[in-house]
Every structure is written in C-alpha cells, then in structure tokens.
Write a protein that binds this ligand. Structure first.
Ligand code: 9YT
Length: 130
C-alpha cells in the first residue's frame, strides 16, 4: 500500500515547477503502478502549449476555470470543476487558465520524475522499470 499526501511532496524532487505550472507527482514510474499520478496547479492568466507525443494523459479539473483549444481543428472546450479530458490521440493543444486551475493528471507511460516540457510542449520518453 502506498499512502502519500501533497504535504509529503512539497519541497522534494517530486515537486516540479515550470513558468506556467507546478506539478506535485504523487506516483511515478518507480512506484510500479503503470501510470503516474499528479496534482497540477496551472497559474491564472497563462497559456501553455502542450503536445505529449510520447504519452497519453487524462486530466480531471477540481477547481478553477479555463479552456483547451486543440491545434488540429481549433475546437475549444471549457474546463471547470468536474470536467475530464483525455488526450487519447496525443492531441496537441493550448491550455488556458482564466483562474488558477487545480488538476489531477494521470500519465501512461508513467513519468519518471523531473520531466518538464520542451520548446514544443513535449515530454521525453524515459524508460524506467519499477
Ligand atoms: C495539464 C498538464 O499537462 N499540465 C502540465 C503539467 C503536467 N500535468 C505534469 O507534469 O504534471
């Protein structure tokens, strides 16, 4: 059994900050679950270009208001508490936070720890076994 709280993650290497967000990674590849599990805070007023070519991600909004815009077709989806979106086609998109967003995110394959987006909004694929 693994039990962790956000307070356990704060100030450790499992807390990763980028200009537009901070991600607290509660489960990583080394935990052997087959996915990683994160709480992500997206800062108010930001726009983030994301394209997870190497990963699938599902995101559940717990708090805040914003929108997703998919690059391929320009569709916009409102993000508010209770909304989930899944990047099942590695969908390239913009994530805009009107207010601070609190998101719960799951990645497959799992992140290994320190990943931050590169210039194209991509995370590298890092092989790690539990
Ligand atoms: C929603 C999203 O992908 N935000 C960027 C950070 C990512 N969720 C992470 O690394 O936890």
């Amino acid at each position: 059994m693994i039990v962790r709280s956000i307070d356990d993650i704060r100030g450790t290497p499992q807390e990763v900050a980028a200009p537009n967000w901070v991600s607290r990674r509660l489960l990583l590849a080394r935990d052997g679950m087959g996915f990683s599990f994160h709480e992500t805070t997206i800062f108010a007023g930001t726009e983030t270009h994301i394209h997870y070519r190497n990963h699938l991600e599902a995101v559940f909004c717990v708090a805040g208001e914003g929108e997703i815009e998919t690059v391929a077709d320009g569709r916009k989806y409102a993000i508010r508490p209770g909304v989930m979106y899944a990047l099942d086609r590695h969908d390239e998109h913009y994530l805009r936070a009107r207010s601070e967003l609190k998101l719960v995110c799951v990645f497959n394959p799992p992140l290994t720890g320190r990943e931050v987006h590169d210039d194209e909004g991509v995370y590298p694929l890092v092989a790690e076994t539990a």
